[in-house]
Design a protein around this ligand. Structure first.
Ligand code: AMP
Ligand code: MG
Length: 330
């Protein structure tokens, strides 16, 4: 594996990347770890079934769980999916950005059936992170990219997280520093005439509803771990080795504490270890720190991570979703 450190503040980063062997690795069906604004993605040519199979194998991901394809523009996305008027409104308002749209897959789409888990729908995103867009544009490929971690484990927001989990599977990792948003994209389903929030994430429900002019419904089916209708909604996910205990009212010396905001729970100073997601109580800062905080406390050797209450509006909805899945029975 080759590590490529990229300074996105330098105006010539595109030339450097284009001159590298990263693009040809992708078109040859190899796996590359790519930073986005949400998390690092384990990336492959979405039109190449064998390359997508490598993603599932590397992650240990069940094949019923489809992959998001990343493209450079709305026009590129429309080659693969049918956009009705709410889908177009959302794409225009939030792309590039942390929003994935699940839409009917076009018969002419070249995205492999493995990437879409054989469904008649396709998940598409134009990321804000410029590296993924650049690679899609240069290779001419939609890029399948789930988070670059073993399935069910904590998502990676820094290159070292990826290397710890997946180094042997990668041809390249592009290291552009920590991800700015730090939690995965919001997923909205637009396949049955009703926009549905399939997963909260980096674009808030409130912002989406502002554009749609109506409230977002939830997923259409009851959540079953192996039901393809809601393929990504696995109850246990983002899990550290330590047990997670939510909405802690107090800290104890035997347990680590994942805290939030300026208010201290009783006993906080005696906790086994502490990581404050945002001492000033800012959701965006807390989201960006969430997975690093979970990894840090997990590495402290504690058996249990207690989590202070975090309100569930704005980005707090996605933060609580990740925490609840991390705390779910495994
Ligand atoms: P991940 O790559 O782990 O962030 O997860 C991507 C998620 O996107 C999956 O787990 C699904 O929940 C969702 N997804 C992708 N494709 C589809 C699809 N065609 N229909 C419904 N959900 C999808
Ligand atoms: Mg993931």
């Amino acid at each position: 594996m080759q590590r490529w450190t990229l300074d996105l503040n330098r105006p010539d980063w595109r030339n450097a990347l284009e001159a590298s062997a990263v693009c040809s690795a992708i078109t040859n069906g190899e796996l590359v770890a790519v930073p986005t604004e949400t998390v690092y993605g384990l990336t492959a040519d979405a039109t190449n079934g064998e390359a997508c199979a490598k993603i599932f194998a590397a992650k240990g991901r069940p094949q019923f769980n489809p992959l998001i394809s990343h493209v450079a523009s709305l026009a590129d996305a429309q080659r693969h999916g049918e956009f009705d008027s709410p889908a177009l409104d959302l794409a225009k308002a939030f792309w590039p950005g942390p929003l994935t749209l699940v839409v009917p897959k076009k018969k002419t789409s070249t995205i492999s059936d493995l990437a879409t888990a054989g469904l008649s729908t396709v998940a598409l995103r134009v990321p804000e992170g410029p590296v993924m867009r650049f690679l899609s544009e240069k290779t001419g490929c939609p890029l399948a990219a789930p988070s670059a971690n073993r399935s069910g484990k904590i998502s990676p927001t820094r290159a070292d997280d990826v290397i710890a989990d997946l180094e042997p599977c990668l041809s390249f990792i592009i290291d552009a520093g920590p991800c700015s948003i730090g939690i995965e994209s919001t997923i909205v389903g637009l396949t049955d005439g009703t926009p549905r929030l399939l997963r909260p994430g980096g674009t808030t429900r409130e912002d989406l509803q502002g554009v749609l002019g109506s409230s977002l419904q939830g997923a259409p089916t009851n959540v079953q771990p192996d039901a393809p209708e809601a393929p990504g909604m696995l109850l246990s996910h983002y899990a550290p080795n330590a047990k997670m205990s939510l909405n802690a009212c107090e800290a104890v010396p035997s347990d680590a504490l994942l805290s939030f905001g300026p208010d201290r729970v009783p006993g906080a100073d005696q906790a086994y270890a502490e990581f404050n997601l945002s001492p000033r109580g800012d959701f965006a800062e807390a989201a960006a720190n969430l997975f690093r905080g979970m990894r840090t406390l997990d590495a402290s050797g504690t058996n249990t991570i207690r989590v202070q209450f975090i309100p569930s509006f704005g980005l707090g909805e996605a933060i609580n979703d990740r925490l609840q899945r991390a705390a779910a029975p495994r």
